[in-house]
Design a protein around this ligand. Structure first.
Ligand code: GLC
Length: 468
């Protein structure tokens, strides 16, 4: 990740210079750009339906699958003996455009089965799938009428977005698109990478034309594949992409599909402080924020190993316990988890991912109630994580107490009943009301029912309250 951060920083720093080199100072780009609704800054009202209505399914879902798949998957992270690349490989390995283009002729995922992918997401307990329609390399996995640099030109030919959207609909999952704003292939995208400035001159490049291409691509993604859950933008950090453009893109998505949810990475650069930050949810990457953000929707996106795109050398997969722990942690802090898979170029998921998805699914089958539709933990300090739903609190116990009881610090409402979520008989766990002034506590059975994380349900007669 450090390498990626470095390159991202140098892009950002390099972008202003590259613009200057292109003879296109920022103000001229701005004035030449007119959003799809006329002047973008004229549109500031919130379009119906309201945020709460649009976000309802997403807040209920809590858990989704991220998929990074594209031409880079063919290279599997390897170039000229170096094996630490992934979806950034064209840039991190400095692969000339013409050479990268040749991968198009090799994209033929004969084993790809959209129903199998969506089925694995569903069995894992995930409720939505967010897949790369285009990553930074510019290659589109859908039949993009505005470019030949897309699936249509590959031996495979089939529109991956169509196959995925149909499969998700059949399985009852929401289909979502990841779409990169940054584009290392489109001739009008600026700036160029520093290392290719000499071989890809910017003469004639017009960023405004690229923005129209971006809108035209998004239009296809939101018109041709039925209802889409989320437009998940990325690669918005170069200075060519302005706040004004971000606002127009956000509005365009909402116009095309009023109920679509749009992430915060459509936000662009602004010379003055931004007073209307864009997007419906925040997107912490590779981390769960230390505390949640009360009143703000967010989704942590996290890889299963160390890379987003497939890297055959990356075997640093997180354990099942750790992955379940991440899901529990995000839910207990009030967020969603978008867990990433980097499929291989033959169309299959790495075995390690398949195994982990199945194990998470086994846990979710028993314990999903403690995740779906829940809100953040009410406990400020406790030796367990927890979630809340109506008159219930769910406790996630990973450190099974050797010596009972398990104290419930600060819990003010009397517990009506307590039982293990894995116990269909709901056998009552013994409760200590606690000495006056002491916390209520729970006697758990000697052995934890789940080696990764066991869930205790507390039921109350009313919405429970927890104090300091
Ligand atoms: C970053 C990376 C990208 C990855 C994404 C996932 O923006 O550039 O490769 O797709 O994060 O959040």
């Amino acid at each position: 990740m450090a390498a990626m951060d470095m390159s991202r920083r140098s892009f950002v720093q390099g972008s202003a210079a590259a613009l200057g080199a292109a003879g296109l100072p920022l103000p001229s780009l701005l004035s030449s750009y007119v959003g799809p609704l006329g002047r973008a800054d004229a549109v500031t009202r919130i379009l119906p339906p309201s945020g709460d209505e649009r976000m309802a399914w997403w807040r209920e879902a809590r858990f989704g699958m991220f998929i990074h798949w594209g031409l880079y998957s063919i290279l599997a992270g390897e170039w000229m003996g170096r094996t630490d690349h992934a979806e950034w490989i064209r840039n991190t390995a400095h692969i000339p455009l013409a050479e990268y283009d040749r991968l198009v002729g090799r994209f033929d995922p004969v084993k790809f089965d959209a129903d199998a992918w969506v089925g694995m997401a569903k069995d894992a307990g995930m409720k939505y799938v967010t897949i790369t329609s285009k990553h930074h390399d510019g290659f589109c996995l859908f039949d993009n009428r505005l470019t030949g640099f897309c699936i249509r030109s590959t031996p495979y030919r089939h529109d991956v977005m169509k196959l995925m959207a149909d499969a998700s609909r059949r399985a009852g999952l929401r289909q979502c698109w990841y779409h990169s704003i940054m584009d290392w292939h489109h001739p009008d995208y600026l700036p160029r990478r520093d290392w290719e400035a000499a071989t890809r001159p910017v003469d004639g490049a017009r960023y405004a034309r690229f923005v129209r291409y971006l809108h035209g691509s998004v239009e296809q993604l939101l018109k041709n594949y039925g209802d889409i859950g989320v437009m998940w933008f990325d690669g918005q950090w170069e200075q060519t992409w302005t706040h004004e453009m971000g606002r127009a893109l956000y509005q365009h998505c909402r116009q095309l599909q009023p109920s679509v949810i749009v992430n915060n990475r459509c936000e662009g650069w602004s010379q003055t402080p931004i007073t209307d930050p864009l997007g419906d949810f925040r997107t912490p990457e590779q981390e769960v924020p230390a505390t949640g953000w009360p009143g703000v929707d967010w989704e942590s996106c996290i890889t299963m190993n160390d890379n987003w795109g497939y890297n055959s050398h990356d075997t640093n997969f997180k354990s099942v316990a750790r992955l379940i722990g991440l899901l529990v942690e995000t839910a207990s802090k009030g967020g969603n988890l978008l867990l990433n898979i980097g499929p291989k170029s033959d169309g299959t998921f790495p075995d390690e991912s398949v195994e982990r998805l199945a194990a998470i699914g086994r846990w979710m089958k028993v314990n999903g109630d403690a995740i779906y539709g829940t809100t953040a933990s009410l406990f400020a300090a406790a030796p367990f994580r927890s979630t809340t739903k109506g008159n219930r609190i769910y406790l996630f116990v990973t450190d099974w107490p050797e010596v009972p009881p398990l104290a419930l610090p600060g819990l003010k409402t009397p517990v009506r009943s307590a039982y293990l979520l894995s116990d269909p008989a709901k056998t009552a766990l013994v409760l200590n009301a606690g000495e006056p002034g002491a916390p209520q506590s729970l006697i758990l059975p000697r052995n934890a029912p789940d080696p990764n994380c066991s869930v205790v349900v507390l039921e109350f007669d009313s919405v429970p309250a927890v104090g300091a």
